[in-house]
Design a protein around this ligand. Sequence first.
Ligand code: GAP
Length: 436
Amino acid sequence: MPAKDLDQIVNLCKRRGFVYPSAEIYGGFRSSYDYGPLGALMLRNVKDAWVRAMVQQRDDTVLIDAAILAPPAVWEASGHLANFTDPLVDCTACKQRFREDHLDDPNVCPGCGAKGAFTEARAFNLMFKTYAGPVEGSGAEVYLRPETAQGMFVNFGNVLQTSRKKPPFGIAQVGKSFRNEITPGNFIFRTREFEQMELEFFVPPAEGPQWYEYWCNERLNWYVGLGIPRDMLRLRAHDADELSHYSAGTSDVEFMFPWGWGELEGIAQRTDYDLTQHANHSGEKLDYFDQANNERYVPYVVEPAAGATRTMAAFLLAAYDEDEVGGELRTILRLHPRLAPFKVAVLPLSKKDTLTPLAKQIHRTIADRYMVDYDDTQSIGRRYRRQDEVGTPLCITVDFDSLEDNAVTIRDLDTTEQVRVPIASLMTELYQRLGF
Ligand code: GAP
């Protein structure tokens, strides 16, 4: 039973330290969020799971980490200065601004209900501009990147030279992007500062269509493999009028959010658009010489581009559940163990000094391999509930018998089943149960 209502997740995130409104003590800063102790761990797990699938488990991709600030020349060449715009309308009655393409009725203001009160739409560039160095003004402008992708294109030549890869191969990156969204909203779904996980996969031009199909399937399966039910996901091909300025074809992986289908990731056929643009603007050759066939070509690009923060919201919504244990209602996050902030919690049955040294020693041993919580406050029932609510797959109880039999009790989040395990085989047991 996934969350039906976004507020169930928003409240849980605030209550348990996943996500806070940014600058809350000053009333919040609309459209930005801070990731708390558990959210920071989970967001890192989402990104790690992506890097694991897209880089670690493959032999045809590499990872880079490019700068967030980039000079106008990059955005001139990429087309973002001219084309990365949303159509903006102002309501002359209530003065609110809206994205024209997000209006239910292009004649009716959703703010005040006024009819026919909108100004003509104007193109609003979504990039954040700032200035490098002490002097503001022309010549000092820089832009916060609105996508991580351009870092891969401008480094194509460097990576080709230093990594011994040849097409088909990919350059991956995970990091922050910034867009001055006109209508941010729906919690961390659409924010002005967010994180992306993008792969630019360079292929011989004739292989573009087959790799596009390959990546559409591969990416859909990534979400399923990490626990999102298949029926909450779909692949949707863009209509021609939806395509970005660089795309010859895009499909979105969409998730059934409480308000309807929403994009998690776009898989785009960027063709040779970006490399050609950067080659023309920079004067550098950005192509590949295929020695086997004695031909030089500009690779085509297939780009799976996902949002880490937005995807985290989807994982939380899909994992949310409520059930009854011993006549008591419990909230539970059925997160995939790889995504759960803590894999294990160590819970000494009593705070008494006699149990603490053993419990702390077990904690230290587990911490060497897994992110593990330690909680010795309140009743054991309350502590189980707390771990259930944040998706900790396994709880380990250290009790007075542990001092005699050198064993502990492992409790499983899903089944609430408890088994006694010798401390000597605890790490093997955890490995078997977590799957890693
Ligand atoms: N390089 C291609 C690109 O950036 P995009 O569809 O604009 O494509 C890719 O963005 C993904 O980044 C989206 O599918 C979404 O998950 C995430 N994303 C984009 N804008 C976002 C925003 N304002 N807030 C949160 N995530 C966003």
